[in-house]
Design a protein around this ligand. Structure first.
Ligand code: SAH
Ligand code: AVI
Length: 332
């Protein structure tokens, strides 16, 4: 592929289809307690992606700033240590400052020419960020993939400028997967690795519950809007009749599982039709529905998670306040 070109691929299969969403939401709304957290991807329609961008700028949401501060100091070292020629980024979102720090180092060490392969559920975000990156890095080739990182397409790792690749999974998004899905996802991903390929994973670190809960219960109410937006997504795509105002946002830290859990609590007794599922969902007053988990790690639990895949840990970096961690692991 010629430098300076953007290609967007749609992953095969149906991971983002409405019929898949209908199956997932039916399962989630029929479980006890009601639980949509196994599918965090549905939080990110256009509005959800926009709200997440706002979250990253909130004073309480330290994660993005802490991870960027690590990359400001370490991006070059990471690129040099891995000798990578292509950056593959899962759940890339808007390819913000953190991506640019990695691309600066990558292009600087490869004579201006390098590959970038982002994968995200949001095509709009991929296209806009791809076009912007080509203006900023004329020697870059961008292959954008619209799809589900839990079912990555073979060509994501099979093509491109070749090994070694740096596969980045930033932001702490790994913590949004349940332990079982996390294991399956990492195992599947690493099976596509060649010798020398590296994985860079951002993990939010365990800390006091006050700091954690403040990050998910911000004063401006943006996280509450992000949470309730899931109801609008279900209304739009599945003909649901949810009224977001009849739900309350909650995000407690559950120390036993080292995770924040986002919930929506019904303010009243209600029966809600979801037309395309042919279901009516009943809520008792105060009944909750879990919408997201966000697991926090220690350096030991994060290392274990990657070692289980057979990768060799090559580095663990944190910011000065040890709020956030970046783990680098290499395929031996
Ligand atoms: N990496 C960015 C964005 C994190 S937000 C950062 O660190 O700031 C999580 C991102 O993952 C969103 O852009 C969302 O659209 C994407 N995402 C969530 N679930 C996904 C899935 N199953 N497959 C692909 N992308 C997903
Ligand atoms: C993308 N992910 C790591 C965020 C998190 O912190 O778990 C999503 C988020 N949910 C609420 N606020 C931010």
């Amino acid at each position: 592929m010629t430098p300076g070109r953007l290609e967007i691929f749609h992953c095969g299969g149906c991971p983002l289809s409405t019929s898949r969403m209908a199956d997932d939401v039916r399962r989630g709304l029929s479980s006890a307690p009601k639980d949509l957290s196994p599918w965090p991807k549905y939080l990110y329609d256009g509005e959800g992606s926009h709200l997440f961008e706002e979250i990253t700028r909130l004073p309480e949401y330290y994660q993005t700033r802490a991870e960027a501060s690590i990359l400001r100091r370490r991006a070059e070292e990471i690129v040099v240590r891995t000798g990578c020629r292509e950056l593959v980024e899962l759940g890339s979102g808007a390819a913000g400052e953190k991506t640019l720090l990695l691309l600066d180092a990558l292009t600087a060490h490869n004579g201006g020419c390098a590959g970038y392969a982002p994968l995200d559920v949001s095509e709009d975000v991929l296209r806009k960020s791809g076009e912007r990156l080509l203006r900023e890095y004329p020697g870059l080739t961008v292959r954008g993939f619209v799809g589900d990182f839990e079912e990555p397409p073979e060509r994501l790792l099979a093509e491109g400028p070749g090994a070694p690749r740096l596969v980045a999974f930033l932001g702490g998004t790994i913590g949004n997967l349940t332990p079982r899905r996390r294991r399956r996802f990492l195992g599947g991903l690493v099976r596509g690795f060649r010798r020398g390929d590296a994985l860079l994973v951002g993990v939010d670190l365990v800390k006091d519950a006050r700091t954690l809960e403040a990050a998910y219960n911000d004063r401006a109410g943006i996280t509450a809007r992000f949470n309730k937006n899931l109801l609008r997504v279900i209304n739009d795509r599945l003909g649901g009749g949810f009224d977001p105002d009849l739900f309350e946002h909650r995000a407690p830290y559950v120390a036993r599982d080292s995770r924040i859990e986002m919930w929506l609590l019904s303010r009243t007794a209600q029966r809600i039709p979801v037309k395309n599922l042919g279901l009516t969902i009943s809520f008792a007053p105060g009944e909750g529905m879990r919408t997201e988990i966000s697991t926090k790690f220690t350096s030991a639990s994060a290392r274990r998670m990657l070692e289980e895949t057979g990768l060799r840990i090559a580095g663990f970096y944190t910011d000065e306040a040890r709020l956030f961690g970046l783990l680098l692991a290499v395929q031996p």
